[in-house]
Ligand binder design. Structure first.
Ligand SMILES: *[C@@H]1O[C@H](CO)[C@@H](O)[C@H](O)[C@H]1NC(C)=O
Ligand SMILES: *[C@@H]1O[C@H](CO)[C@@H](O)[C@H](O)[C@H]1NC(C)=O
Length: 218
C-alpha cells in the first residue's frame, strides 16, 4: 500500500470514528420499533411490540395540549412526551416536552445527559442560560416565538422573572433525554449523599446542608 492510500484510509477511519462518537441516539435498523413498555427484556432502548399490535395510538399523544400545574416548590413543571408516553418514538432519537412556569417560577439548573435541547417559547418571557465546561455563562432573555439552544450535557436553566405565566415546547435529539437537576440530585438522592461530601463541596456547615435537604426532600 502506498503512502497516499494508507493516509486516505486513515482519514476515512478517523471520520467514521468521529461520526459515531458525536452521534446521539443510535440509528434505527427498521421502519419502526414501537416500544413494548411492559416487556421484561432490557435492551439499549425498549424491545419492539409485535407489528400486528401497532396502531396510530402508539404514535399519538395530547399530553402537551394542557397547561401543567405549577403550584410546587420551584413554580414550574415539565411534561415529557418521550418514549415512555409515546411508545412509537422508540429508536427514533427524538422527543418533546412542554414546560410551564408560574410568575417567578424557575426550572432550576439541570443537565440532559443524552440530548441537545431547543426550546420554543409558546407564551411569556424567560431568562435562560447554560454554562460551558470553561465555566462561561451564555444567557439571554427570550420571548414568545423565540428559540434557544442548550447543548447536550451542559448545565442550563430557565427562569420566569415576569409577572405573567410562561410556557415553552422543548425538542430533544433523544427518545429519552434523561434529566439530572443539580439541587435535587445532590440533596434529595436516595440513599442520601453523605453530609460531609456536601459540606466539603459547598464549603458550608452540616446545619445548612440539613436545611437544604429538608426543603428538597420528596
Ligand atoms: C390501538 O390498539 C389498542 C389496543 O392495543 C386499542 O385500545 C386502541 O383503541 C387502538 N387505537 C386505534 C387508534 O385503533
Ligand atoms: C396544585 O393545584 C391542584 C389543583 O388546583 C391541586 O389539586 C394540587 O393538590 C395542588 N398541589 C400542590 C402541591 O399544592
Amino acid at each position: 500500500m502506498n503512502m497516499k492510500v494508507s493516509y486516505l484510509l486513515f482519514l476515512m477511519t478517523l471520520a467514521l470514528l468521529l461520526a459515531s462518537a458525536v452521534s446521539s441516539d443510535p440509528d434505527l435498523l427498521q421502519d419502526l420499533c414501537v416500544a413494548d413498555l411492559g416487556s421484561g427484556v432490557k435492551v439499549n432502548g425498549f424491545t419492539c411490540k409485535e407489528a400486528a399490535k401497532v396502531n396510530a395510538s402508539d404514535f399519538f399523544s395530547n399530553i402537551l395540549a394542557k397547561t401543567g400545574a405549577t403550584n410546587n416548590t420551584y413554580g414550574s413543571v415539565v411534561t415529557g412526551a418521550n418514549v415512555q408516553k409515546v411508545p412509537g418514538l422508540n429508536t427514533l432519537g427524538v422527543s418533546l416536552s412542554r414546560i410551564d412556569y408560574a410568575p417567578g417560577g424557575i426550572n432550576p439548573p439541570h443537565t440532559h445527559p443524552r440530548a441537545t435541547e431547543v426550546v420554543f417559547v409558546l407564551e411569556g418571557q424567560l431568562d435562560v442560560g447554560f454554562i460551558t465546561t470553561a465555566n462561561v455563562l451564555i444567557s439571554k432573555t427570550i420571548n414568545k416565538g423565540d428559540i434557544f439552544v442548550f447543548p447536550k450535557g451542559l448545565l442550563h436553566f430557565q427562569n420566569n422573572n415576569a409577572k405573567v405565566p410562561a410556557a415553552v415546547i422543548s425538542a430533544f435529539n433523544s427518545q429519552l433525554p434523561g434529566t439530572q437537576s443539580i439541587a435535587t440530585t445532590l440533596f434529595a438522592a436516595t440513599p442520601s449523599v453523605p453530609d460531609h461530601v456536601l459540606t466539603k463541596t459547598f464549603q458550608v456547615g452540616t446545619k445548612q446542608v440539613h436545611k437544604i435537604k429538608s426543603r428538597l426532600s420528596p
